[in-house]
Design a protein around this ligand. Structure first.
Ligand code: FAD
Ligand code: NAD
Length: 474
């Protein structure tokens, strides 16, 4: 029998961005909160093996690339010597700082943190298998499931240390000579960029006919050009037919447009073909919580499941599987539990791929508008016309606004270029605030910055951009 650990008003299962954001807001609102996770400190996938370690390594990759490219400006560095052990240690330091900070904030807010694996006993009770003090039983008024997701794997792969998922790729146990990345999405391109900068010969195989299938093609074009240069090979409309482990690596057979009949041997293979919801929570079947066909937990606008005491947020509760979506959902669920009139209905959830250049978008995309037969006008500002981009020697970018031709409202924004991930925040605000293109055009932006490209894209809409001649078509 589990020990009685008492009762709580809100039990949050999962300490990632969805779970800790929910727990912290609930404590701020005066609830008694218990946060449960298997890790020693809160953070979840995002902090331990996702967003944060990948961005630390991408920063190192960016420095390596800039140092190499500086020769164009008359600055020559010696070829870099990468100490992988120190790089790994620094990345862990970054993770430690942030997860340690979360643990401290949890304490300050008097959120009880239990380390262990939670199972549901019914719609008001759970049990936690703790690491050090056996099973604990906890009664709750409400629970939020924020158990996240895990990497999808291809069927029939051999068991091999040479086959990596995002977690083992981020461990950076070595810098292989060759790496095959299976899947040209977020993870494949971000981690492929890291390994390429560290000196690995990276190839990517993507089953669809373009990289980053979720993004507008014009945004991907600039990235694809650079990827073609920094990666060894990009194989589109191609799939892995077979993988076998041999002495010197993994022998891979391909099928599709770039298969070219033969086999290739890679020292390591990274499988990044998507993620699946972590919804096999023990005991869930003892509640009325339901799942959809893809195993996501079904929720309503308040993030409530079919069981009135249980809410679900983040990756386990549906796409897009992004940290900022998880944390906003977490806060919505808590407000609903606190009795506030609230619903999760964003107009824009930004997406950022932290490649080089970065690709970012929010709101309505051009592809979606075309699919829905929705008339839109698209105003594009190429970064070759941005003074700031030219000073950075990075004119490989574009900023575009997707605009309603009748109301002139900004419905979506897309940006490719260095720092696009930061720049998109202005686009999100414009879409959320229902800004008109004229609001953006008339807002004074600092010069010389990349942020001016957002303003100038709006000026393009009116055929009056200062730095580019694009007369309005009648
Ligand atoms: P998670 O962060 O997955 O946390 C879930 C937690 O629940 C885990 O700690 C898990 O141990 C715990 N748990 C599960 N079951 C139980 C149980 N029964 N009992 C106790 N604890 C349990 N998103 C971005 O927005 N930006 C990025 O740059 C970005 N980069 C990424 C890079 C990589 C390599 C990966 C893999 C993902 C990245 N993501 C990024 C996605 C992001 O990590 C997720 O969207 C986010 O972590 C989801 O948060 P969550 O709270 O839903 O769950
Ligand atoms: P993804 O969905 O972004 O990309 C997977 C890619 O693999 C797709 O392009 C798909 O067409 C391709 N694919 C699927 N099966 C294949 C096969 N058999 N052969 C070849 N290609 C195949 O998934 P991911 O890169 O694994 O990332 C998972 C999720 O994690 C993302 O969707 C995102 O939600 C999140 N994430 C976000 C960030 C960020 O915000 N910067 C970074 C990393 C991960």
């Amino acid at each position: 029998m589990p020990d009685e650990a008492g009762t709580t008003q809100l039990a949050v299962i999962g300490g990632g961005p969805g779970g800790y954001a929910a727990a912290f807001l609930a404590a701020d609102l005066g609830l008694k909160v218990t946060l449960i996770d298997e890790q020693a400190q809160p953070g979840g996938v995002c902090l331990y093996r996702g967003c944060i370690p990948s961005k630390a390594l991408l920063h190192a990759a960016r420095v390596l690339t800039e140092a190499r490219e500086a020769s164009r400006w008359g600055i020559e560095f010696q070829p870099p010597r990468v100490d992988v052990d120190r790089l790994r240690a620094w990345k862990q330091e970054v993770v430690g700082k942030l997860t340690g900070g979360l643990a401290q904030i949890a304490k300050q807010r008097q959120v009880e943190y239990i380390r262990g694996r939670a199972s549901l006993l019914d719609a008001r009770t759970l049990s936690v298998a703790t690491h050090d003090s056996g099973d604990k039983r906890l009664g709750f008024e409400y629970a939020i499931l924020a158990t996240g997701s895990f990497p999808a794997m291809l069927p029939g792969l051999p068991q091999s240390m040479r086959i990596l998922d995002s977690t083992s790729a981020l461990d950076l146990s070595s810098v292989p000579k060759t790496l095959l990345v299976v899947g040209g999405g977020y993870i494949g391109l971000e981690l492929g960029t890291v390994y390429a900068a560290l000196g690995t010969e990276v190839s990517v195989v993507e089953m669809l006919d373009g990289l980053l299938p979720g993004a507008d093609r014009d945004l991907v074009a600039q990235l694809a050009k650079r990827i073609e240069k920094i990666f060894h090979k990009v194989m589109l409309s191609t799939k892995v037919a077979e993988m076998k482990e041999g002495k010197s690596g993994i022998t891979v057979k391909f099928e599709g447009a770039s298969a070219e009949g033969g086999e290739q041997v890679y020292e390591k293979v990274l499988v990044s073909v998507g993620r699946k919801p972590n919804s096999a929570i023990p005991g869930l079947e003892k509640t009325r919580v339901q799942k959809d066909a893809k195993a996501f937990i079904r929720i309503d606008a308040q993030r409530r499941t079919a069981e009135p005491t249980i809410y679900a947020v983040g990756d386990v509760a549906g796409e897009p599987m992004l940290a900022h979506k998880a944390s906003h959902e977490g806060r919505t669920a808590v407000e609903a539990i606190a009795g506030h009139k609230v619903a999760f209905e964003p107009r824009a959830i930004p997406a950022v791929v932290f490649t080089d250049p970065e690709v970012a978008w929010c709101g309505l995309t051009e592809t979606e508008a075309a699919r829905e037969n929705r008339p839109v006008k698209v105003a594009r500002f190429p970064w070759a016309a941005s003074g700031r981009a030219v000073t950075l020697d990075r004119s490989d970018g574009v900023t575009k606004l997707v605009i309603d031709p009748e109301t002139e409202r900004v419905l979506g924004v897309g940006i490719t270029g260095v720092g696009a991930g930061d720049l998109i925040a202005e686009g999100v605000l414009a879409v959320e605030m229902a800004a008109l293109a004229s609001d953006v055009a008339l807002t004074i932006h600092p010069h010389p910055t990349l942020s001016e490209t957002v303003m100038e894209a709006a000026e393009v809409f009116y055929g009056q951009a200062t730095d580019i001649y694009r007369p309005k078509k009648s």
